[in-house]
Design a protein around this ligand. Sequence first.
Ligand SMILES: C[S@@+](CC[C@H](N)C(=O)[O-])C[C@H]1O[C@@H](n2cnc3c(N)ncnc32)[C@H](O)[C@@H]1O
Length: 304
Amino acid sequence: MNRATLKNNTFQTINLPELTRVPTMITEDEKKYLYWLARDHVSGDGAVVEIGTWYGCSAGYLGAGLRDSGKNIPFHCFDRFELQGIEIRKARQQGFTVQDSQEGEDILPMAQNHLTPIYPIKLKKTYAADIRWEGGLVELLHLDAPKRWSDILHVMETFLPFLIPQKSILVLQDFGMPRAYALPLIFGALSDYFELINIPSEYSTMAVFLYNPVSPEKLNSQKLNIDDWSSEYAQKIWDQIGVCYTNSSQKSFFNFGLALYFYRNGHKELAIKIAQENKPLLFPEKAILLEKRLSTALWRAAFK
Ligand SMILES: C[S@@+](CC[C@H](N)C(=O)[O-])C[C@H]1O[C@@H](n2cnc3c(N)ncnc32)[C@H](O)[C@@H]1O
């Protein structure tokens, strides 16, 4: 896949195939983008891998894209497949009857039932920190689970040797989501390996990178521990990667992530200043998604 392909946003005109509805955390634009990538752009030089599958919605559209491309490309999904309370509430909000669902329930069988009729996908129940990979080259890596810097690093160390320079593509969900601030910080710091190519939609927090290694030495895990960074370094990395946002409301939402990071790392005044500078433009509907203890504390401190 090349830059021009990835920047071409014709995916928005795609008619998605009809798949059985399952609870999901992805948007219509994200479904279309994943389907379009898998159907029209994955060549088969490597496998497709997803981390963060839940009930299988995104995997379903990736699988349908591979199916409709007529190519027989291996597709592997990793997830802890362990239902959380917040996920039960989310599924309920989407109109699914989940009375019998329990926290901690193994939902791999449900994902498997959804995906089996679509495409032969290998599902693996594992924590991100324990993922091992022996499946050869990887052409498309879709990350929708790891948000902690240490998990992200483990995943990148595991898959980096199997990525194809100038070809493998990394799709990060939640990149623009404030509470997932570790993603822009780490991928900003990894700009020697990953080139941010596209923010395909203003109705999504997804970002698309091309593996374009400039200096592919071993990843330096010490340098990637975001909890040890100086505020100046974090700000520099954030500003560099943040130029991808030209839409001011997306940008202010994104910048709230830096405020959260600073708040968590003890730079409270700086955090409050950034939150105040960015509040007027926050997407109102997305501000609701910030309801989490840390965000609420920052929100109160900045806007009391
Ligand atoms: C946002 S949901 C994925 C949504 C899904 N891609 C969709 O299409 O709706 C995140 C998923 O990541 C998984 N997850 C989160 N943290 C994880 C971890 N540390 N290890 C393994 N799986 C994890 C959760 O079990 C959950 O299924």
